[in-house]
Design a protein around this ligand. Structure first.
Ligand code: SAM
Length: 194
């Protein structure tokens, strides 16, 4: 059996074994699958995730970039969750695909040299919860490639953006948005057209 096949089986087994056991605001299994499919459909390779928590969505993204030949940068502000995520990445055998950063994404993102073709925004600021999604978008937008996807969690469950993110996108005029309803949480997918 080749090394790649062993790794693929390991990540699949890990995700199945941990299905419904995630307790730190992690995405549901169905949304993880939806993220994997999106990355594969768009052949995305440079991925930024805002809000690692303990790593459920990151592992789904890693499962996808293993096939596209890409890599992921993920950012988490909480030290314990970040450390648990590192353990989970190791257990799922995907650490080599992930650069996990500990700190405030709003401060870290402007310091990144990379540009991205896929962003998953899944964090809420404790101080400005309702502005979070727009603030993270504004920080990331200059680093999103044309043709790239900006995806956001919790768009149909009332926990996420209160509408100002979508109003802002409409004003910009260069994004095309659709919603994935794999779970009740909803994921928006906004493609940067120019
Ligand atoms: C909804 S959870 C992420 C779940 C994760 N995507 C998953 O599916 O496993 C949101 C995470 O964002 C983190 N967070 C909140 N504000 C942040 C910030 N400014 N920078 C980085 N992470 C932040 C929280 O600590 C929390 O763990």
């Amino acid at each position: 059996m080749s090394e790649t096949i062993t790794e693929k089986e390991t990540v699949e087994e890990f995700l199945l074994q941990h299905k419904n056991k995630w307790t730190f605001f992690n995405v549901p299994f169905e949304d993880g699958q939806a993220l994997e499919n999106l990355v594969l459909e768009n052949n995305s390779q440079t991925i930024l995730e805002i809000g690692t928590s303990t790593g459920h969505s990151t592992i789904w993204l890693a499962k996808a970039v293993e096939k596209t030949g890409g890599k992921i940068i993920t950012i988490e502000i909480d030290k314990n969750r970040h450390q648990q995520a590192l353990k989970n990445f190791k257990e799922a055998d995907v650490s080599h695909l992930i650069e996990a950063k500990l700190g405030d994404a709003l401060q870290i993102i402007p310091t990144l040299n990379e540009t991205f073709d896929f962003v998953f925004s899944d964090a809420t600021l404790t101080v400005q919860p309702k502005e979070s999604y727009l603030l993270f978008f504004k920080a990331t937008e200059p680093k999103l490639k044309i043709g790239g996807l900006y995806t956001m969690h919790n768009v149909t469950d009332g926990y996420g953006d209160d509408g100002r993110f979508f109003k802002y996108l409409e004003k910009l005029g260069n994004y095309q948005t659709s919603i994935i309803r794999a779970s009740h949480n909803g994921i928006s997918v906004s493609k940067k057209l120019k």
